[in-house]
Design a protein around this ligand. Structure first.
Ligand SMILES: Cc1cc2nc3c(=O)[nH]c(=O)nc-3n(C[C@H](O)[C@H](O)[C@H](O)COP(=O)(O)OP(=O)(O)OC[C@H]3O[C@@H](n4cnc5c(N)ncnc54)[C@H](O)[C@@H]3O)c2cc1C
Length: 399
């Protein structure tokens, strides 16, 4: 079994397969810890951390995130969703994690469970053959070699190694944001007491901001910008774009009063896509390599690790039968897209504007508040009656 990419999707797939006694090789391009965006986790990922045996360590090392506060910059309206109010009880908080440390913890755990992990090992090519897969690897110090296995898992994140190669990616045109700018600050204004670990999401006319506080003094700050905001600012540097967004968002300025930036501004763009098929003969796509939804509700890592669990189950069963044809993996895609479809619905309603108002005004409707809280907590993979209502009617039916 070859896993390409050692982020949450790759390391978790490797860990789940190792737990089932499978031999796994993980090939990761970078040397961990490395910086990565995507630092706010959701409470329902807890089930996965427990299964992987890392819950206690995560709980000890990272700040607890008991809720999500939405602030509307122009009106000043705000509302905090507390995970303890989710419909399904038992997961009252999540974590905010510097991804360098967090991804290393997961990758080390995969190795502890028996996976062989090779860092600084970039996969340059994959050859899918009838009875095996061959992978071309560029390792440290200019080494170049080939490895073979029975199945390859593409967990290369937004690089989408196989999805791009096979033309599987379909862009989501209903999402109206297209660029993110991000960095870390020291000493931003935080919420008091146990709410210190809450994520702040600041909505403004040009997009939205995240403020993700880590344990200690550092906070991840980024903005996700709407096409209409970036279109009129083409040619701006990352710094200029970040500053232009900040100039347009009073509420974000207030949270940054007295804070000091400690990283250059990074940018990324072109998101919200889904691969038409998450699998083929002897291969499976997991995490961002399969699909990426706009990060408004911090859903990426949750989908990556649940996808890893479903993929590992399907691969293990396929290996047990000796039949590694594409159809064996269809069940994996069914399971993985069940949760993703709900998140997609939420994101579409937000960018279609109908949800924007409700996010800061849902105190008037307890049902709506409970459903949104459960979505924000990531309760999308275990059956619930409200899933069907949301998928059929959208959130409009709930108020
Ligand atoms: C602006 C923004 C904000 C986000 N905010 C959040 C958030 O708050 N919460 C959240 O849960 N998610 C968030 N996400 C999403 C989150 O970053 C991803 O969903 C998550 O990292 C997916 O994990 P992954 O393992 O699939 O991919 P990645 O974490 O990207 O890991 C892929 C790994 O593959 C390696 N790799 C790539 N190509 C190769 C190759 N050819 N050979 C070997 N190795 C390779 C890379 O080095 C990398 O380590 C955000 C995303 C964006 C863009």
């Amino acid at each position: 079994m070859i896993v390409v990419g050692g982020g949450p999707a790759g390391s978790s797939t490797a860990a789940f397969l190792s737990q089932r006694g499978r031999r796994v090789l993980v090939l990761e391009r970078e040397k961990f810890p490395r910086f990565h965006i995507g630092e706010s986790l959701l409470p329902f990922a807890r089930d996965i951390w427990e299964e992987l045996g890392v819950l206690d360590e995560i709980d000890r090392r990272f700040i607890h995130k008991p809720g999500a506060r939405f602030i509307h910059s122009e009106s000043g309206a705000m509302f905090t969703y507390r995970f303890e109010n989710a419909i399904r009880p038992g997961r009252p908080y999540a974590y905010e994690v510097p991804r360098g440390d967090f991804d290393k913890l997961l990758l080390d755990n995969a190795a502890r469970l028996g996976a062989q992990v090779r860092e600084e090992s970039e996969v340059r090519d994959v050859f899918i053959e009838e009875d095996r897969v061959r992978v071309e690897v560029h390792g440290p110090n200019g080494t170049c070699y080939e490895v073979t296995g029975q199945v390859v898992v593409d967990a290369t994140g937004r690089d989408t190694l196989l999805g791009s190669r096979y033309g599987l990616k379909v862009a989501d045109e209903l999402v109206t944001t297209n660029v993110a700018c991000f960095t870390h600050f020291e000493n931003t204004v935080r919420q008091p007491g146990p709410d210190e670990g809450n994520i702040d999401i600041v909505l403004f006319d040009g997009g939205w901001w995240w403020f993700i506080p880590f344990k200690g003094t550092v906070t991840s700050v980024g903005c996700v910008l709407q096409k209409h905001f970036t279109r009129s600012r083409k040619g701006m540097s990352a710094e200029e774009l970040f500053q232009a967004a900040l100039d347009a968002t009073e509420a974000a300025q207030r949270l940054l009063a007295g804070a000091r930036r400690i990283r250059p501004i990074g940018t990324t763009g072109n998101w919200s896509y889904r691969c038409r098929q998450y699998y083929g003969h002897r291969f499976v796509l997991v995490g961002d390599a399969a699909a990426f939804i706009d990060p408004l509700f911090s859903t990426g890592v949750l989908m990556a690790v649940y996808g890893a669990r479903f993929a590992a189950e399907a691969i293990d069963e396929a290996l047990a039968t000796g039949d590694l044809s594409a159809e064996r993996f269809a069940v994996y895609q069914e399971h993985a897209t069940r949760g993703a479809d709900l998140f997609k619905r939420l994101v579409h309603e937000f960018y279609g504007e109908s949800l924007r108002r409700l996010l800061v005004g849902s105190h008037t409707n307890p049902t709506l508040r409970a459903v949104i809280t459960s979505m924000l907590a990531g309760d999308v993979y275990r059956p619930a009656i409200w899933h069907g209502v949301v998928m059929k009617e959208g959130f409009s039916r709930l108020f």
